[in-house]
Design a protein around this ligand. Structure first.
Ligand code: UD1
Ligand code: UDP
Length: 363
């Protein structure tokens, strides 16, 4: 029987595919687990495979590339070779990274069907590399696992060729599956001792590659009304260093920079914080998970996660210092009651996806 190939390449893909890898193993459908190499630092990659107790990838690559084009092209080259050698029945990709686009291109050109987990998200902001990747991937996929009705509608409007299923988002499964372990094992609260704090992350290219926006973020965090705990993505650290302000900003006001954290530590901080301030995609969803339920200030001009906004969890506040500070002050004052349920499902998305694969591929 030909296997299903699960491909990951970055931190959020490992986290969101972890429940799928587990559900596939439980179902006894043969599978191959591949790391395409987009993220390569231990704390952006291998750390998650170990912490989430995933199998070591059957095939793994290390890739350092200095442009989006080279990164995408290199992944196409090694994925094409691997796909030829392993002939999977289906390739599963997750999200909107360059690795997802590259893997999908390599597969469809060999006539191998692709299942896109988290299909149909749209920010309608064409500055974002992720918007190009998700649109193209959706149009090449045979099976589209849309997390919500909104995502399904986006796909229908674009007349995608593949079959669409609404499954929920596997990130809710990930939170539910890992939070008990996180609360048992994480020691992060021995380091982060604030009674009240905001948790921040920022790494989107259209934000941190623009020095004005990057500066707005750092100044807003430094002047915030409560401490801002900020596990910093390597892209952002690199930009601060290139602009020679990293050393100065590191000890400024209420800003507390940490290295990128493991998932268990990050889950504990999400659970403990007063609010989340972020431009991350996955974190907007995790904030809606029933065991987390936190307000999220989205420091961007748009979001491809409107469900979190509609449900009352997320607010798109923009990228100006004043907007961010005002929104933080308002959130602290308001203490709004948040819904019990997540718009991203009930934590059973991975099981649904695997059941669909079983029926469609005939395992
Ligand atoms: C990528 C994804 C983004 C996702 C994010 C998850 C694309 C276009 N972007 O963004 O959608 O939200 O991953 O975190 O695919 N770097 C390191 N070590 C690493 C990884 C990256 O130092 O392990 C630094 C390098 O300087 C690298 C830069 O970060 O050039 C950008 O990495 P890249 O994977 O291209 O994009 P991300 O910003 O991580
Ligand atoms: N995350 C983590 N450690 C950190 C920051 C984030 O484990 O220091 C997790 C977070 O809980 C979420 C995922 O990484 O599941 C989000 O990754 P990121 O923000 O890099 O990517 P995006 O979701 O924006 O694509």
């Amino acid at each position: 029987m030909k296997p299903v190939m699960v491909v990951v390449g970055t931190r959020p893909e490992i986290i969101k595919m972890a429940p799928v890898v587990r559900a596939l193993r439980k179902s006894k459908i043969p599978s191959i687990f591949v790391h395409c190499g987009q993220h390569y630092d231990y704390n952006m990659s291998q750390q998650f495979i170990e912490e989430l107790e995933l199998p070591m990838p059957d095939y793994g690559y290390r890739l350092k590339a200095y442009s989006q084009g080279v990164q995408t092209a290199r992944i196409i080259i090694h994925m094409e070779k691997l796909l030829k050698n392993t002939s999977p029945a289906l390739v599963l990709v997750e999200g909107d990274t360059n690795g997802v686009l590259a893997t999908t291109l390599a597969a469809v050109k060999l006539g191998i069907p692709v299942g896109h987990v988290e299909a149909g998200l749209r920010s309608f902001d064409l500055r974002m590399p992720e918007e190009h990747n998700r649109r193209l991937t959706d149009h090449m996929s045979t099976y589209l696992f849309a997390p919500t009705k909104t995502a399904e509608n986006n796909l229908k409007k674009e007349n995608v060729w593949g079959k669409i299923y609404i499954t929920g988002n596997t990130v809710i499964d990930a939170v539910v599956q890992h939070l008990p372990m996180a609360e048992r094992k994480s020691k992060i609260l021995e380091t982060v001792r604030f009674k009240k704090f905001a948790l921040a992350t920022a790494h989107r290219a259209e934000n941190v590659d623009d020095f004005n926006v990057l500066k707005n973020f750092m100044e807003a965090f430094a002047e915030a009304p409560i401490p801002v705990v900020y596990p910093m993505h390597p892209r952002t650290k690199k930009r601060l260093q290139q602009n020679k302000i990293y050393a100065k900003i590191k000890k400024k006001g209420n800003l507390y920079i940490l290295p990128p954290l493991g998932y268990l530590d990050f889950l504990v901080l999400m659970k403990k914080c007063e609010m989340i301030v972020t431009d991350s995609g996955g974190i907007q969803e995790e904030a809606t998970a029933p065991p987390i339920r936190k307000p999220v200030l989205v420091i961007r001009l748009s979001t491809e996660r409107p469900e979190a906004v509609k449900a009352g969890f997320a607010t798109v506040v923009g990228v100006e210092k004043k907007q961010i500070l005002n929104a933080m002050i308002k959130t602290l004052k308001q203490r709004r009651e948040l819904p019990e349920k997540s718009p991203y499902g009930d934590g059973k998305a991975a099981e649904k996806i695997v059941q669909i694969i079983r029926e469609e591929i005939g395992f």
